[in-house]
Design a binder for this molecule. Structure first.
Ligand code: MG
Length: 383
């Protein structure tokens, strides 16, 4: 089999609110086409325009090449070899950041092709079928008032969620008093269910330690990203000083960056995003690393159903995989892109797809509605 085209399709809502830390307002979909008619699906969580340029760029020289020029004509079954070729072919402008995010999308699509071609769901290739459903946590932006927090948490508990995370919004940006009031409202509404709080990169170590102690009475499952991603000393001071689990990793795009968070930042939960951190190929190594070190690995995912599917397969294949992130954003890009959107079951879990590959298909109408630019017709499909 040979790769015949790599499509990078930016999706965007008609209006973007760039004051919100909400990654579901746009997306970059990757489709890898083959000479046998199979089309692999992937997704990049980045600035779609930047990541698309990294896919589309013509080669400048041996180590400054766009991803399409690297994989075109290759056998998609050489997925791990192609991952290395993409990393080595982008050393000049890559090594981390957007290049690795773009590689993640192509890598995901290659794994999807391998699964489709062999008739096996993706988790079979990532470590095996440890479970056929994955408990998910509802992930939402923190509202501005305790009343809104209470309503939002109660609504999701009623829908079946057994864990909820609220993050960003006003947290760490208005006052410590408001932070405590918002978290208190969340705990009161969540009852016995698991609650996570995501601060969003704004505190220093001293403030984080102080606030983690104030949050102690709310029994958080974890406290996420209170510090900027490169403050490893601060993360270590925090994690060593308090009892609550400290979670981080969604900003990392490399295996080395995620390992450093654990080794030097002492974090308790690693959160690789499969559409940012180089894709499934390195993520499997991260999951193995976390297992060996007996810390949690819970994939970050705040984009479309393609990333949800990849995350479900990833957690299904982890020996101690216990949770995945599930955005409850009402953006149609997050909610409506799949022909069959994922549904929460009454026990707070989501079923792992069992169809070949990622096991999901895109709604062509929705794709074309939000696509910026040309979308190729798929072989054998009426459009
Ligand atoms: Mg986060």
């Amino acid at each position: 089999m040979k790769i015949t085209e790599v499509e990078a399709i930016p999706l965007c809502l008609p209006v973007i609110d760039d004051t919100r830390a909400d990654g579901t307002q746009d997306a970059l979909i990757i489709r890898v086409h083959t000479d046998e008619g199979l089309v692999g699906l992937g997704e990049v969580d980045s600035s779609p325009t930047v990541a698309k340029a990294i896919v589309d760029a013509p080669p400048s020289h041996a180590i400054a090449r766009g991803l399409r020029s690297i994989v075109l004509g290759c056998d998609p079954f050489d997925v791990q070899m192609l991952w290395r070729k993409m990393v080595e072919g982008t050393v000049y402008f890559g090594r981390a950041g957007a290049a690795l995010q773009a590689i993640a999308g192509v890598d995901m699509a290659l794994w999807d092709i391998v699964g489709q071609a062999t008739g096996q769901p993706l988790h079979k290739f990532l470590g095996g079928s440890y479970r056929d459903q994955v408990r998910v946590y509802a992930s939402a932006i923190m509202p501005d008032t305790p009343e809104e927090v209470g309503d939002l948490v109660r609504r999701h508990i009623t829908q079946g969620y057994t864990a909820i995370k609220l993050g960003w919004g006003p947290l760490g940006r208005v006052s410590a008093r408001l932070d405590v009031a918002l978290v208190r409202a969340a705990r009161e509404a969540a009852g016995m269910h698991d609650l996570m709080i995501d601060i969003g990169l704004v505190w220093d170590a001293a403030q984080s330690i102080k606030m983690a102690r104030r949050f102690e009475e709310f029994d958080l499952f974890w406290l996420e990203e209170p510090l900027p991603p490169d403050d490893l000393n601060g993360y270590a001071r925090l994690a060593d000083a308090v009892d609550v689990r400290i979670a981080a990793g969604e900003q990392e795009t490399t295996y080395q960056g995620l390992v450093a968070l654990a080794e030097h930042g002492h974090v308790d939960v690693l959160q690789p995003d499969l559409a940012r951190a180089g894709g499934l190929t390195p993520a499997v190594r991260i999951a193995q690393y976390a297992y060996d070190r007996n810390i949690l690995c819970v994939p970050h995912a705040f984009s479309t159903g393609i990333l949800v599917a990849a995350s479900l397969h990833f957690v299904a294949a982890m020996p101690r995989g216990q949770l995945a992130e599930f955005t409850v954003s009402d953006s149609p890009i997050a909610r409506d892109l799949l022909v069959e959107p994922f549904q929460i079951e009454s026990d707070g879990a989501v079923r792992v797809p069992q169809a070949p590959g990622l096991g999901v298909a895109l709604d062509d109408k929705v794709l074309r509605h939000y696509a910026q630019g040309r979308v190729m017709d798929l072989p054998g499909r009426q459009v």
